[in-house]
Design a binder for this molecule. Structure first.
Ligand code: HEC
Length: 109
């Protein structure tokens, strides 16, 4: 019984800790981001998905807000080919990382 509680505690810590970690790295899409970027939430969510899956095969993802929009245009320009992104995937990724820079999206965090 004691062992079960310990396992449960470790499991809970991993789940809660994991979510807390992904938040600042790839913040969830907010209504403020869709309004400010003029991009549908579905596209931004697709970009976020690409960022947290396709872009983490070689290295951990740097937090989206570690770079500004201009940096991201340059970085995605170099990294999209490494992830073999299709043009639409690349556009969705860029839309997400730049939308996450919007001041209103930051405020909504
Ligand atoms: C095939 C492996 C690979 C994939 C896939 C990959 N990267 Fe990278 N990435 C690297 C390497 C190697 C470096 C460091 C050296 C360099 O910059 O070329 C790097 C560096 C970076 C940096 C550091 C900043 C900089 O300018 O160097 C960022 C940010 C980054 N990658 C983002 C991404 C994103 C976003 C994606 C998804 C589109 C991605 N990476 C996919 C290999 C990869």
């Amino acid at each position: 019984m004691r062992l079960f509680k310990i396992i449960l505690a470790v499991f809970a810590a991993v789940v809660v800790g994991g979510c807390a970690l992904l938040g600042p790295v790839a913040p969830p899409v907010t209504p403020a981001m869709t309004v400010a970027s003029g991009t549908p939430a579905a596209t931004l969510n697709a970009g976020r998905e690409i960022f947290s899956t396709r872009c983490t095969t070689c290295h951990n993802a740097d937090p989206v807000r570690a770079y500004d929009a201009d940096d991201w245009r340059r970085i995605v320009g170099r990294m999209a080919a490494r992830s073999k992104l299709q043009p639409a995937e690349r556009a969705a990724l860029l839309a997400y990382v730049t939308a996450a820079q919007e001041p209103s999206a930051r405020a909504a965090r």
